[in-house]
Structures are given as structure tokens and as C-alpha cells.
Design a protein around this ligand. Structure first.
Ligand code: NDP
Length: 277
């Protein structure tokens, strides 16, 4: 039987086994999917050992996405743009690395949440791995503007500069939260880890345009601190990152098995599991 797994540290919390087993059942694919606790040292050896024992692919999560990037023999353009790998495929010509986080976010926004990004003013909060990982698919969706704001302003500026070339001048810019005063956005995406500490990035009043969507990449059984603050500040719509999680998994499944599973029933299943936990 073809084996798949998610590797991370910690890993006990991972929802990937539930998601991929549901996809396999739904599409009639015969495979196994497990969770592997990656060692602090020896990531590459663990991956190679899995590949050598009928492993066909792996999802990679915190803190190993950069290790997976370094390990891959072949990188997809979106993995190169993201600078990180969350999907490994073991093939005859070596290890292929891809990144499905960004496309997962875009599918959740555009398909599940019916929020087409073309022509929209988008504000991306944070300049870490998650923010960088979504930049290329975000720009490919043709928003009018992408503004990156980060606690450490220089990181936001550097991220904007990295992706500004090849796009319309002025379309991508980065800086501090203070610089947002007087601006309004249609879609505001929280890619900071502030919600993990129940913290909220300091956004000025008026940042949510009429009808705006607030999206938190983090997810929880109840609205995150960021989404609660967004509602209080006038966001018309809110969504957390559970849909992104399911959609990035669906894209990995497609890469591995050549069939795209329906994500909606699995998202419903996961939402119910979160509520019960
Ligand atoms: P990183 O550690 O790479 O980056 C963290 C970012 O958050 C930095 O920009 C940092 O700013 C900022 N930050 C941290 N604390 C605060 C705070 N208190 N106030 C304001 N900004 C803060 O993390 P990642 O980019 O890997 O992950 C970010 C989030 O995205 C996590 O919550 C993660 O769970 C989520 N995520 C969700 C996914 C999904 O499928 N739903 C997929 C991937 C990530 P500074 O540069 O100043 O330190």
C-alpha cells in the first residue's frame, strides 16, 4: 500500500491524517496516511527512511519547511517563490518539493468564501514564512494592490521588494502598522502568529473598507482574537484558516494521486470536530 505522512514537531495536534484519510475514502484511493514526530536533528534521514519503506509523499509542517526545501532535488516554481516546502513527493528521479499553502489560501478565499481577489485592495499582516508563502499566488490573483504590514517594518519592506519586480510598479508595498493610517482595504489577511498569544496586530481605525473580509490564517473552535477585533472594527465578513488547511491538503492530494478531492464535506467534518474538542 502507498504510504503518506505528515512530519512536524510537535505533531500530535495535526489534522492532516484525518483530512487525507477522508480524501482517500471519498475518492476510492487505496493508501495509508500517518503522523510522524520529526527529530530535532536528522530530518533528512527520517524522510529518506520513510521514502525507502513504500513512502510516496509527505506533508511537512512546523518547523521543517525550510529543511524540506533544502532536501528536495527538484523544486516547483511556487516552492521556489515561497522559499519553503510543505509537500514532498518521492519519485524515480528524486525528491520533488512543492508548496500548496498559498494556493490553499487563494482557493479558500475565492471558491469557498466567494471572495474574488481581482481588483481588490489586500492587506497582508506579517512577514514571516506564512506571509512569504502566499505572496506569489496572491499576486497571481490580480488584486489592485497588496500592502504588507509587519511589527518589524524592515521585514515587510524586504518581502515587498522581493515580489515587487515583475508586477506593476507600486502594486506591492511594505512597512509598519503605523503607515496604514488613512488607508482602507477590502481583504485583510492575518499571517502573523499574534493570535497564538491571543494578541492582535495594532491596526488603525477605518482600515476595513465597506464590505471587507477579515481572514485569520490561524483557526480555532471560537473566533480568534483577531477576528473578534475585526468584527468590532467594522469588518463585514470574517473567516479563519481551517479552510486554508483543508485546501492546501487537497492540493497535495492532487499532486500525489492525480485527483482533486471535494473539500467542502471534509471542512464540515473538521469544523464539527473542532467544536466537539
Ligand atoms: P513566523 O514565525 O515565520 O512569523 C511570525 C510573524 O508574526 C512575523 O511577521 C512576526 O512579526 C509576527 N508576529 C508575531 N507575534 C506578533 C504580535 N504579537 N504582534 C504582531 N505581529 C506578531 O510564523 P509563520 O509565518 O510560519 O506563521 C504565522 C501564522 O500562520 C501562524 O499562526 C500559523 O499557525 C499560521 N499558518 C496557518 C496555515 C493554515 O493552513 N491555516 C498555514 C501556515 C501558517 P516580526 O517579524 O516583527 O517578528
Amino acid at each position: 500500500m502507498d504510504r503518506y505522512a505528515v512530519i512536524g514537531n510537535p505533531i500530535a495536534h495535526s489534522k492532516s491524517p484525518v483530512i487525507h484519510r477522508a480524501f482517500a475514502q471519498q475518492t476510492g484511493q487505496h493508501l495509508s496516511y500517518e503522523a510522524i514526530l520529526g527529530p530535532e536533528e536528522g530530518f533528512a534521514d527520517t524522510v529518506r527512511a520513510f521514502a525507502a519503506s513504500s513512502g510516496r509523499g509527505m506533508n511537512v509542517t512546523v518547523p521543517f519547511k525550510l529543511d524540506a526545501f533544502a532536501l528536495a532535488d527538484h523544486l516547483s516554481p511556487r516552492a521556489q517563490a515561497a522559499g519553503a516546502v510543505n509537500t514532498l513527493s518521492f519519485r524515480l528521479d528524486g525528491i520533488h518539493g512543492d508548496n500548496t499553502d498559498g494556493v490553499g489560501l487563494i482557493r479558500d478565499l475565492e471558491v469557498n468564501l466567494h471572495c474574488p481577489l481581482a481588483g481588490k485592495r489586500v492587506l497582508l499582516l506579517g512577514a514571516g514564512g506564512a506571509a512569504r508563502g502566499v505572496m506569489q499566488p496572491l499576486l497571481a490573483a490580480q488584486p489592485a494592490q497588496v500592502t504588507i504590514a509587519n511589527r518589524t517594518a524592515a521585514r515587510a519592506q524586504a518581502l515587498a521588494e522581493r515580489f515587487a519586480s515583475g508586477t506593476d510598479a507600486g502594486k506591492v508595498e511594505g512597512g509598519s502598522f503605523d503607515r496604514l493610517a488613512g488607508q482602507a482595504f477590502d481583504v485583510i489577511i492575518n499571517a502573523t502568529s499574534a493570535s497564538l498569544a491571543n494578541d492582535v496586530p495594532p491596526l488603525p481605525a477605518g482600515v476595513y473598507a465597506s464590505g471587507a473580509l477579515a481572514y485569520d490564517m490561524m483557526y480555532a473552535a471560537t473566533p480568534t482574537a483577531f477576528l473578534q477585533a475585526a468584527t468590532a472594527s467594522g469588518a463585514a465578513h470574517t473567516a479563519d484558516g481551517l479552510g486554508m488547511l483543508v485546501e492546501q491538503a487537497a492540493e497535495s492530494f492532487l499532486i500525489w494521486r492525480g485527483v482533486r478531492p471535494a473539500s467542502a464535506p471534509v471542512l464540515t467534518q473538521l469544523r464539527a470536530m473542532l467544536a466537539e474538542a
